[in-house]
Design a protein around this ligand. Structure first.
Ligand SMILES: O=C(O)CCC(=O)C(=O)O
Length: 336
């Protein structure tokens, strides 16, 4: 279990972090994906793993690329219990509160009126890249969903990148993806649930990201949730899927109607594992899931969602950003 401090200090001036994050996004502005998605072939040799409602669960010391590959390819997801220490999860909850609240205040104020600082200081490049109404739509959507993009707060985003490095995620994902990992500005999200939850949220992220990509999502619950805890975890179909399920009758063009899930997965019922703060769930863009829905969900849940992609097999529409160190101010990754 990793206990570390995130070292986000609000000293008012965060130019360095804003410029760094700006450069990370700029590094992908003109890049087009060149690699084919990695193969998601099931391993023929079954492994003896402890399962939680059909999903393999391991400890942090067991987390390595081949096991991640086995679990995603054979089961569609992997739970890592206690990846992050409770004290770090508490720090992350605090960051969620601060960033989500500042982003909500910014929406109520005329442009530029909210003082900038560690918890709100969006880089200008977001407006250039998410053009037209896209950025405003995305911010409104996050506001009503109780979430915020990490990139709204570059000091937080940079601290999280250091933290992910300390967790060994860079090496893990580099090896799993077979190429340098990158992240997504749009799908790197701090979450604080809004209740009541809608039943209509079933989706596979590949439905809007596209499927010609290599991806891993790290969904990190920061408070106890799922099962009967009263705080919404995730509902999941615990199976390896390799196609996008029809959106017929669904609320969004990229979501799946609850009736379709019942019909298509009659023999593979949805599960809602219990998570403690700091447990981690890994899955990819084919995993069918939603914010847990049931009666009597009345507890707030915090989570951090981070989508990683291959830096040659990424979805351009998710605003990729470089993870590897950048040459200062260059807008270019220092390593190819
Ligand atoms: O946190 C949630 O409730 C939803 C998360 C999700 O849909 C995702 O990580 O793709």
């Amino acid at each position: 279990m990793h206990s570390t401090t995130l070292r986000v200090l609000d000293h008012g001036e965060h130019d360095r972090e804003r410029e760094s994050l700006n450069d990370r996004i700029a590094a992908f502005r003109d890049r087009t994906p060149t690699a084919s998605p990695r193969k998601l072939a099931p391993h023929p040799q079954a492994r003896q793993l402890s399962l939680c409602e059909g999903i393999p669960e391991i400890g942090p010391d067991e987390l390595e690329p081949d096991l991640l590959d086995y679990c995603l390819c054979n089961h569609g997801a992997l739970i890592v219990r206690g990846l992050v220490a409770p004290s770090t999860a508490a720090e992350l909850r605090e960051l969620c509160d601060r960033v989500i609240d500042r982003c909500a205040s910014a929406l109520d104020k005329p442009a530029g009126e909210l003082p900038r600082g560690a918890y709100y200081d969006p880089p200008d490049i977001l407006r250039e890249i998410m053009q037209g109404a896209e950025l405003a739509y995305s911010r409104g959507f996050h506001n009503t969903s109780g979430s915020a993009m990490c990139v709204e707060a570059p000091a937080v985003a940079e601290a999280l990148l250091r933290f992910y490095n300390e967790l060994g995620l860079y090496e893990l994902l580099h090896s799993y993806l077979g190429e340098e990992p990158c992240l997504s500005a749009k799908k790197w999200v701090l979450r604080r649930s809004v209740l009541p939850v809608s039943p209509a949220g079933w989706h596979q992220d590949g439905a809007f990201m596209g499927t010609d990509i290599s991806s891993v999502n790290l969904w990190l619950p920061l408070s106890r949730c799922g099962g009967d805890t009263g705080a919404p975890g995730l509902d999941l179909i615990p199976a390896r899927l390799n196609e996008i399920v029809s959106a017929e009758d669904a609320y969004f063009g990229w979501s799946v109607a609850p009736d379709t899930v019942d019909r298509e997965f009659a023999g593979q019922s949805a599960v809602a594992p219990v998570f403690d703060a700091g447990d981690a769930l890994f899955f990819d863009h084919y995993c069918l899931h939603r914010t847990q829905f049931r009666e009597h969900l009345d507890q707030t849940r915090y989570a951090l969602e981070t989508w990683f992609f291959g830096s040659q097999s990424f979805p351009r529409n998710q605003v990729p950003l470089a993870w590897e160190p950048l040459a200062p101010g260059s807008g270019e990754a220092s390593t190819a």
